[in-house]
Write a protein that binds this ligand. Structure first.
Ligand SMILES: [Zn+2]
Ligand SMILES: [Zn+2]
Length: 81
């Protein structure tokens, strides 16, 4: 199981803070996956990723990827205090 899978597990459990931490840890190793499950792209540069502006816990390789994942992600998305 990769770190990004773990990020997804935390996301589904509603622990967005842990999900974010997992993904950022992946980013530190230049290994962060797109949050869209159907996209296998590994993006190496955090600054190239677009991040969910509400929870800031999921990262996407592109805006279209983010838009197409929203249907899934909106169930889990909320603002993290
Ligand atoms: Zn993507
Ligand atoms: Zn979100």
């Amino acid at each position: 199981m990769t770190r990004d899978n773990l990020g997804q597990v935390y996301e589904m459990k509603g622990d967005l803070r842990a999900a974010q931490e997992m993904r950022l840890r992946g980013a530190a190793d230049s290994n962060i996956a797109c949050g869209n499950y159907n996209c296998l792209k590994l993006q190496n540069n955090l600054s190239d990723l677009s991040r969910c502006s509400v929870c800031k816990a999921v990262f996407y390789c592109s805006r279209p990827c983010q838009a197409s994942d929203w249907k899934r992600h909106k169930k889990y998305c909320r603002q993290v205090a």
